[in-house]
Design a protein around this ligand. Sequence first.
Ligand code: NAP
Length: 251
Amino acid sequence: MHVLILGGTTEARRLAELLHGTPGLVVTTSLAGRVASPRLPPGEVRVGGFGGAEALTAWLRERRVGVVVDATHPFAGTMSRHAARAAATARVPLLALRRPGWRPGEGDDWHGAGSAEEAAALLPALGRRVFLTTGRMGLAAFAELDDLWFLVRSVDPPEGPCPARARILLDRGPFTLDGERELLRRHGVDVLVTKDSGGAATAPKLTAAREAGLPVVVIRRPAPPEGVPVTPTPEGAAQWVTEQRGRGPAR
Ligand code: NAP
């Protein structure tokens, strides 16, 4: 059975590791190609967009894909919508692998935002020195905030409009609590902006912000596609794939 993992996350890589070498399974991980040198999973890897939901449908049929696991990042909403449409049309079972979102704890001062634009609108009332950890895409929403200073952390250099007063820090998680405490201190950060990505690798910044008494603007996740079953762990997804074995290829 051919398994397609839509990847780009730690969980996707873990799932490929769990499935790799299982007799009777061929595993392909698909990456968007956004990161210059991604950490590659075992098994086959393809890179680049499919060209939309219809093209993905054709891809599933041509490659006789038996099951799809959408293990993309919780904020990769377009890919998840395309996957849901393509899998339904090609009649291929689809599972979403989504790490749970973060929850505020005692002492947290979180401010929810529905989008990067909403987050930008909240900032002037919350601080002047911003630690912006929303990734290199979507910085345009903050580009007009000339009175604020930004520490922008991303894996690859940002493209497109960026805040005028910004220091770019290229780094990739996992991050440590000590490292995050030190960053906040060294740069005099007084507010943090993050997506609700969930997971342990980038969570220490939230603890560091809580300890320092800093407000945190948390951008909420897009809604997942309706009707697609969700599991929170790679192990759960591997179990689901195993249960689907024996099904025929896509028609
Ligand atoms: P997106 O906005 O949902 O997707 C835009 C387009 O990129 C899709 O329509 C698709 O192109 C292509 N694409 C996305 N994921 C793909 C995949 N796994 N394989 C092949 N094509 C893919 O996605 P995004 O937010 O830009 O994220 C891109 C990738 O980075 C995803 O793999 C995601 O898991 C990873 N990532 C995203 C974030 C984030 O915050 N958004 C954070 C960490 C990692 P076509 O329509 O041409 O098929």
